[in-house]
Design a protein around this ligand. Structure first.
Ligand code: C5P
Length: 302
């Protein structure tokens, strides 16, 4: 019999949407997207170990904002994998959170992808990549990308992934806002602001994909676009001052990350990223500032 490990730890990255093109609402309530994801080097770590029953604990400065019960997406990931393999999800899931909570950086999705990969290794279920991706897609629109990392174009509601080539390292600064924003509310606000205006089919920008491929930060900056940004700004008008502070400090471009309220700043190089971070921290327009790079690896066993 194969020996099972006593515990397994998986590291999972945050993401920024370098393009988020949002179509009109679908009959199922979701929106068709052209969603260009880039994984960045802020990580949660998910550790799983055998336990009497499913238990979840969370550590980190914002742990109090994360549900430590069966509603947590990481717990649902363990339950989904166990159910498919006729197992009981008797596991303790411990999450060390470093990705901003409810911040538009797919922190919850990262934890789900991490728990899935970790439980698969702990239980020796030997799920194929295809099966893992199918479970991810059931759990949430952004979860498959948290598994694969790097850069990818997400179609459908974001779960149908096509990997994208990247040609270098992009330097990012993230400004973490006070409190989170609810993703469904941001989508609803987007629909409300659009009213009866005709919404085109969401399409990925060829210029943006080429900028990722060649590692050209200036070209990428010119193509960054987030259709949810007006909605996030409408719900959280103070984000405009954060965006302005980063742009004035020399960021090549600034945008809201996903559904927000984290804001993302693309910098020319590492030095410029530090300058933008310093200016944002001094501006008093955000709660915390993080400097990192992308692309980053997807869910990785440690
Ligand atoms: O898939 P996920 O659970 O992350 O989605 C959260 C919510 O965000 C959905 O319930 C929906 O309101 C909104 N959403 C959407 N269209 C998408 C993805 C998410 O409307 N493509």
């Amino acid at each position: 019999m194969t020996r099972r490990p006593a515990s397994v730890t998986v590291r999972v990255p945050a993401k920024v949407n370098v393009q988020l093109a949002v179509g009109g609402p679908r009959p199922d309530g979701f929106h068709d997207l052209a969603n260009v994801f880039l994984a960045v080097g802020l990580y949660d770590e998910v550790t799983v170990a055998p336990a009497e029953e499913l238990r979840i604990t969370v550590a980190g400065p914002d742990a109090g904002q994360v549900p430590a019960d069966a509603s947590n997406l990481a717990a649902r990931a363990a339950v989904a994998l166990a159910a498919r393999h006729g197992l009981e999800p008797r596991v303790h899931i411990h999450i060390v959170k470093d990705i901003p909570v409810a911040g538009g950086m797919a922190g919850g999705s990262a934890d789900a992808a991490g728990a899935l990969v970790a439980c698969d290794a702990l239980w020796g279920t030997g799920a194929s990549r295809e099966e893992l991706l199918a479970i991810c897609a059931e759990l949430g629109s952004d979860v498959p990308f948290s598994l694969v990392g790097g850069a990818a174009l997400g179609r459908g509601r974001g779960e149908l992934l096509e990997p994208l080539e990247t040609g270098g390292t992009f330097h990012w600064v993230f400004a973490v806002a006070d409190g989170g924003l609810s993703t469904p509310e941001v989508y609803r606000e987007c629909d409300r602001l659009r009213g009866d205006t005709a919404v085109p089919e969401p399409e990925a920008s060829p210029a943006l994909i080429e900028a990722l491929r060649t590692g050209d930060a200036v070209a990428l900056a010119a193509s960054l676009a987030n259709d949810l940004q007006p909605a996030a700004l409408s719900l959280r008008p103070s984000l405009a001052a954060t965006l302005a502070a980063g742009t004035e400090a020399g960021a090549l471009a600034a945008l809201v990350s996903g559904s927000g309220p984290t804001t993302a700043f693309l910098a020319k190089d590492a030095e410029s990223a530090q300058a933008v971070a310093g200016a944002l921290a001094a501006s008093g327009t955000c709660r915390a500032v993080r400097v990192t790079t992308g692309p980053a690896q997807g869910a990785t066993l440690l």
